[in-house]
Design a protein around this ligand. Structure first.
Ligand code: 5RP
Length: 265
């Protein structure tokens, strides 16, 4: 691996090999998602706890302070919307020149395995890898399920993650599921977990802990943090699992302590 690639990965993954990415890319197909109407305001108190920000070029340019030290994972696929015919019908939206100009530490693209657009989205990934590898930029594949959330089981996600890694993704983002070790064990590159729609507080802590115990290398988790009433408390509690090896009760106590301190203000 060349120095540039190693350096970018080292910016995104801490010395312990784990990462906590904060995704705010949801608007690229959902429009102004709840609590992300003004993304700059939403992330301001959270940036210091993020090892990377997953974001499109539009929001990056218009809402994120360029003096930030958080590395950027640039979302570079799109072209469909939540009210359109098929969310899987994506193409690459952003040129390699733009990825470099925006000083991205990585580029992210969705793949939709098992859909009518399987081939198109997998070729998006492969072509992006071809371009990014020339410049030492890692590609993160996102195993997307669109509106079919019920697809999130170990057999399906293991298939998606392995295919993404085979096509050259340096990191794969997928959903947590039961028996998550089956997903991780079949994938030769780091696997990180998305959150999905908001679940109850302890539920997030439990699934992140379970995924980390089963081999995940971190999270790319958005709505369960920034749609929370106490986003800093939630993010710091999850961070303690990812970077400090905290157990469920330890992280839960930290969450409640920070939440109560916030309420007392
Ligand atoms: C949406 C994405 C998000 O980055 C991903 O789903 C993580 O966010 P959340 O935890 O809210 O699901 O790829 O396009």
């Amino acid at each position: 691996m060349d120095w540039g690639m190693k350096n970018r990965l080292a910016q995104l993954f801490a010395k312990d090999g784990n990462c906590m990415f904060l995704p705010i890319d949801h608007g690229y197909f959902q429009g102004p998602t709840r609590k992300l109407e003004k993304p700059g305001n939403t992330v301001a108190p959270l940036m210091q706890y993020a090892d990377g920000l997953f974001v499109t070029r539009g929001v990056l340019r218009n809402a994120i302070d360029p003096s930030t030290s958080a590395p950027v994972v640039l979302r570079v696929s799109g072209g469909s919307s939540v009210i359109g015919a098929d969310l899987a019908n994506e193409e690459i939206t952003t040129s390699i020149a733009e990825i470099i100009r925006l000083n991205a530490s990585a580029a992210g693209v969705s793949v939709f395995v098992g859909t009518d657009y399987e081939r198109q989205s997998l070729m998006n990934l492969a072509k992006l890898v071809n371009e990014c590898e020339d410049y030492g930029i890692p590609v993160m594949a996102v195993t997307a399920v669109g509106k079919e959330l019920e697809k999130r089981d170990a057999r399906y996600l293991a298939l998606c993650c392995r295919i993404a890694a085979e096509l050259g993704a340096r990191v794969v983002k997928t959903y947590w599921c039961e028996n998550f070790d089956k997903v991780v064990d079949g994938c030769p590159v780091p696997v990180i977990m998305a959150g999905g729609p908001k679940v109850e507080d302890k539920g997030v802590i439990e699934f992140v802990h379970d995924g980390m115990q089963r081999g995940a290398k971190g999270v790319n988790l958005g709505r369960n943090i920034w749609q929370h009433e106490h986003p800093v408390a939630m993010m710091r509690a999850l961070r303690s699992i990812i970077h400090e090896n905290a157990g469920i009760e330890q992280a839960w106590d930290l969450f409640n302590t920070l939440k109560n301190a916030d309420l007392a203000k």
